[in-house]
Write a protein that binds this ligand. Sequence first.
Ligand code: PHE
Length: 454
Amino acid sequence: MTTNNRANFGTKLGAILAAAGSAVGLGNIWRFPYMAGEHGGAAFILIYLGCVLLFGAPIMMAEFVIGRHSQSNTARAYQKLAPGTQWRWVGRMGVLAGFLILSYYSVVSGWTLEYICAAGLGHFADKGPADFVNLYNNFVGNPWIPVLWAVAFLLITHFIVVKGVEKGIERSSKLMMPLLFLLLLVLAVCALLLPGAGRGIEFLMKPDFSKVNGSVLLSAMGQAFFSLSLGMGCMCTYASYFKPNTNLPKTALSVSLIDTSVAILAGLIIFPAAFAVGIQPDQGPGLLFVTLPNVFQQAFGHVPFIASLLAVMFYILLALAALTSTISLHEVVTAYLHEEFRLSRGKAARMVTGGCIVLGTLCSLSLGVGRDYTLAGMTLFDLFDFVTAKLMLPLGGLFIALFAGWYLDKKLLRDELTNHGALRLPVYGLILFLLKFVAPIGIAFVFINELKLL
Ligand code: PHE
């Protein structure tokens, strides 16, 4: 019964498309630029690329192997592959991480809905950089509106996870992804042509390694896990729907490549534009929302209709990209509650949505009326982001690498990666080396360095 429910979601959605849809989202377009902006630009980006190659791609392969071989949700996967051991906690921690991420991710997803309306109603017309900063601050500081949008976004996600409108999503994703990419390309060209954009390019391309400290390393590593949806069992759950002949290493590389290209492209829009209009790149979570409207205005402001049309299109595509990610987060938690606690899928999903509405509301308020309530100097929003992206996901990734590299039977690992010998995989030894040594030691090093564990 349970397998049917999940297969229903997975196979119809198109498992590989789902994996790419989960990876590409706000993490690339909203989070990547502000993280890079806060941590000095080019050096951060190089370290991020290193993390994607050395940790991200092999750990994604490991999640694929675990998911496809066990054919179960992330928590049960470990119970099947390592019965009676404590490895199941890796799956459980992932579920918790998914729940926490969904809570604050929905808040930002809600912002995209507000910006669709604002752009469509012509609120960007005749405005300048300072106006966009005010627009953003007033909106985020409002106690009601962002909360309502976050709830709306969660309800849309809920509806899709429960009712399953996979066909529609599959079709729209196939169209949406290339369209999003195309629009990002157009916007990058526009941003690069803005007077003063050169300093943004310099910021993106000229690394200053003297600024690299433990916090930069941890942020770049966390960003890699967050952006690739790794370390929490999302890719593992999706891989349980893959076909026996799906090429796992190739799929992992394609998803990583698509995801990274979108992030870099977002950087090529945000930084040239930010420098051109005099916005500091270390704005924090508002960076995308205060910078991008300037590109529409400055490049197309003389034809207001085109400016609005492009802006609306962009925010709709961004909302859809966020939606395929929120669905993946919701699905991991819902599948877990449904299968492990024998709740109906509807009930499981309602619990997830309800919980996220409560936590999401608190996260949203923590950016406005509640901004004075901080823990370790962080608002609740920042705290959720820190604990999940910088701690739980890399920690999950560390254990997944250890599990695949050391615990799992090597014949099983090789069989899954080569589809029982059908694929040639000359780099098998390299993948195993990365999983066994490079990823665990690297992640542990970054943790020790930043969190001063020793
Ligand atoms: N990778 C998604 C993004 O970049 C976010 C996400 C993280 C989704 C973890 C699922 C799991 O937007």
